[in-house]
Design a binder for this molecule. Structure first.
Ligand code: ATP
Ligand code: MG
Length: 397
């Protein structure tokens, strides 16, 4: 009996539509797949037509590889597939091995030919292989809601047979869309917002404002834990920790309480933009959602934007808190975000922040501050930390 040769077969979707840019997108995807699985054992990657193959012959943990791969942005699905010669006999032999000892009330064969010169059509393959399964198992065919789907993909050089297809995140491979800087608080929203951009192919640089020594360092610890979690999706991250307490203290000295929140935000945006430019990032990302809190009214968002000299992306602007929370739970950031802490936004924050400041009012209060000096002070005081996934020691592809 021939030995079964495992592989992970990766399908991508949106990439296939990007005709002109396809080779570049694929380069990013292949590099990220290699990177994401680097610590698990030797993986040989190959591009096939419309798919990527991770050859796992002799690999100690094909399932672990499959699980990592289904968390690589740009992947629509992945499956542990078995490689056989493209003869109906070889296909039958591997199907017999795969269904052995497995009970399933219904099934279907989903055969596809990636090249049309194969002597059998996919319908003929479905029939031949379906009849074979019916001879070997007590089951029936159900094309619409089968308990088991047996996938057969016939490529010129060989055929892949697989049972369980696991969905990936979709989106675009990290690195394909450039770099953005995300303002990361310790809250629930901003990690989700950052992830949305990672999923669209961006490298995200994280910027966190803290108020040490006026407040304990818990917010920094949360930011680190969040970045660590998000690094699982982009493999390398930088977190910039910006000292903001001193800046807030100066704001408190000259800005009346209702205006402070908007002024803090505008300073954060300017500092983040300065850091973003230094790092080659082209846009900012925040976790703001329209109307969620006083600082997130239409008027205040407009005031925040007016302080920015680059696009401010707000991927959660139209998303309800419940949906954001659900996404944070799936991402594994929720548990970190709900840890109690005193965010810098709770420091020197008035009970009733203004919800409708005009541009003139903001300009008038900011005129009492040396904005340029405060921005330089924040940006120059930033401390950089780096993160990697898989952990240290993994080779970088
Ligand atoms: P989150 O859940 O992300 O903390 P929030 O609902 O608490 O958001 P705000 O406090 O108004 O809302 O913050 C809005 C956005 O401003 C955050 O999503 C984040 O992008 C940014 N932000 C707020 N505080 C900080 C901080 N300390 N460091 C970095 N960014 C911050
Ligand atoms: Mg917050």
């Amino acid at each position: 009996m021939t030995r079964l040769r495992p592989a992970v077969l990766v399908h991508y979707h949106e990439l296939a539509l990007k005709r002109g840019n396809r080779p570049l997108f694929l380069r990013h995807l292949v590099r990220n797949l290699a990177r994401a699985t680097a610590d698990l054992g030797p993986v040989a990657l190959r591009q096939l037509s419309g798919r990527i193959l991770l050859d796992l012959d002799g690999h100690p943990a094909p399932e672990a590889v499959r699980d990592r791969v289904t968390r690589v942005c740009g992947v629509s699905s992945a499956a542990i597939a078995w490689r056989v010669p493209s003869t109906v006999e070889a296909m039958k032999a591997v199907i017999a091995r795969l269904i052995e000892g497995r009970s399933f009330a219904s099934f279907r064969i989903t055969a596809r030919r990636a090249f049309k010169t194969y002597p059998l059509t996919s319908v003929e393959l479905n029939r031949a292989l379906g009849a074979f399964v019916l001879e070997h198992a007590a089951t029936r065919v159900d094309l619409h809601r089968p308990e088991l789907t047996i996938h057969v993909e016939v490529l010129p050089a060989e055929t892949f047979v697989y049972l369980d297809k696991v969905p990936g995140p979709g989106g675009l491979p990290v690195g394909a869309s450039g770099t953005v800087a995300a303002l990361l608080s310790g809250g629930i929203d901003s990690p989700v917002a950052a992830w949305r951009l990672i999923k669209r192919g961006c490298r995200v640089l994280f910027v966190h404002f803290h108020s040490v020594p006026y407040l304990p360092a818990t917010s920094q610890a949360k930011a680190r834990a969040l970045v660590e979690r998000l690094t699982e999706w982009q493999y390398e991250s930088r977190l910039l920790l910006v000292p903001f307490g001193e800046i807030q203290r100066e704001v408190v000295l000259s800005v009346p309480p209702p205006a402070r929140v908007v002024v803090y935000r505008r300073l954060m945006i300017r500092i983040a933009e300065t850091l973003a430019r230094r790092a080659g990032a082209q846009a900012l990302v925040t976790g703001e959602s329209l109307g969620q809190v006083a600082s997130q009214t239409l008027a205040n968002l407009a005031r925040i934007d007016e302080a920015a000299g680059m696009p401010v992306f707000r991927p959660l602007i139209g998303t309800d808190k419940l949906e954001i929370t659900g996404e944070a739970k799936r991402l594994g950031t929720f548990e970190i975000s709900i840890e109690p802490d005193a965010d810098c936004c709770t420091l020197f924050v008035p009970a009733h922040p203004a919800t409708r400041m005009s541009a003139e009012e903001v300009a008038a209060v900011e005129a009492r501050l040396d904005v340029a000096r405060l921005v330089a002070q924040g940006a120059d005081g930033a401390v950089t930390e780096t993160f990697a996934f898989p952990g240290a020691g993994a080779p970088v592809a």
